[in-house]
Design a protein around this ligand. Structure first.
Ligand code: FAD
Length: 271
């Protein structure tokens, strides 16, 4: 494969920072996706270089007003002695506005879990802590084509990527959600082919997404595939694309954003 230097994925490091933020707005984009707008002076130097970024979100302990937030130490977070560790989960910085110091996070709603439960009851005035992003993988926008694959948890990253891709960029999105009520509209100038698949029509989780990936035609030229969602599905998606469709391992980034039956899982998949 021809290697164009402008198509190299680059890693950007950011100083580790922890920030205390307050909710200003809660919007239920669909019955399954809740957008929370956060603000705070701590955001004055917030940076997020890639749609693939995440922040670690710290939730208040039951009955507490504010979450426990660590200090940034030389080797990572340092908690004050005696402080109980807060519940922490990873979320995508969906939108950041430096002028207004606003950060949007979007929560995919599901049955049980502290993050989903917090989002279901979120109200303006509440506090959350965030750590990071510590680093960003910047995937160039100049590929001949892009494929974005994911489930509900990948919607914020996919929506952000579509907003950021230049006008006319050729991109296919393959997305699995529960049913049509979970669909969202994308604001984009890219040239998008969207494939929505529904668990309500196929039963098992990941079945519809894997089917969509199998059916997808991949154009010639230099392309990049980004995928995120449930661990077993992401493994199957990556396996299919690399081993059965010949996608170069350097041209795919697949991540487990969560794992059925486990809490707080994050894994970038390789061999
Ligand atoms: C880099 C990265 C970015 C992410 N960005 C986002 C984002 O922007 N928005 C978002 O909603 N999520 C995002 N996630 C996924 C999110 O961190 C997980 O879904 C997380 O487990 C949710 O925490 P919880 O407290 O609700 O559930 P947990 O306490 O972690 O899990 C409780 C139970 O729920 C299950 N579970 C967890 N998530 C889901 C789900 N979505 N659907 C069904 N069952 C689930 C678990 O398997 C477990 O059995 C991201 C993850 C990573 C690694």
């Amino acid at each position: 494969m021809q290697n164009r230097s402008d198509l190299a994925v680059t890693r950007v490091r950011h100083p580790l920072k922890f920030r205390l933020l307050q909710v200003t707005q809660v919007r239920h984009l669909t019955p399954h996706l809740t957008r929370v707008t956060l603000t705070g002076d701590d955001l004055h130097d917030f940076e997020s270089a890639s749609f693939d970024d995440h922040v670690k979100v710290f939730f208040p302990a039951p009955g507490a007003d504010k979450p426990v937030i660590p200090q940034a130490g030389p080797d990572g977070p340092v908690f004050a002695e005696g402080d109980a560790r807060p519940v922490a989960r990873d979320f995508t910085p969906r939108r950041y506005d430096r002028a207004t110091r606003e950060l949007d996070l979007e929560f995919a709603m599901h049955e049980a879990g502290p993050a989903a439960e917090w989002a279901a009851r979120a109200q303006p005035g509440q506090y959350l802590g965030i750590g990071g992003p510590r680093g960003s993988m910047v995937i160039p926008t100049g590929f001949d084509w892009h494929v974005l694959i994911g489930d509900d948890t990948a919607l914020p990253a996919i929506a952000r990527r579509l907003e950021e891709l230049p006008k006319g960029t050729r991109v296919a999105t393959l997305i699995e959600v529960g049913d049509p009520s979970a669909r969202i509209e994308f604001a984009t100038e890219a040239n998008v082919y969207s494939e929505w698949r529904y668990r309500s029509e196929t039963g098992g989780r990941g079945v519809a997404l894997l089917q969509a990936v199998r059916e997808t035609w991949l154009p010639d030229g230099e392309g990049y595939v980004w995928a995120a969602g449930e661990a077993a599905t992401m493994r199957a998606v990556r396996y299919h694309l690399v081993n059965e469709r010949g996608i170069d391992k350097a041209r795919i980034r697949a991540a487990s954003y969560w794992k059925q039956g486990a809490v707080a899982v994050h894994e970038t998949l390789d061999d």
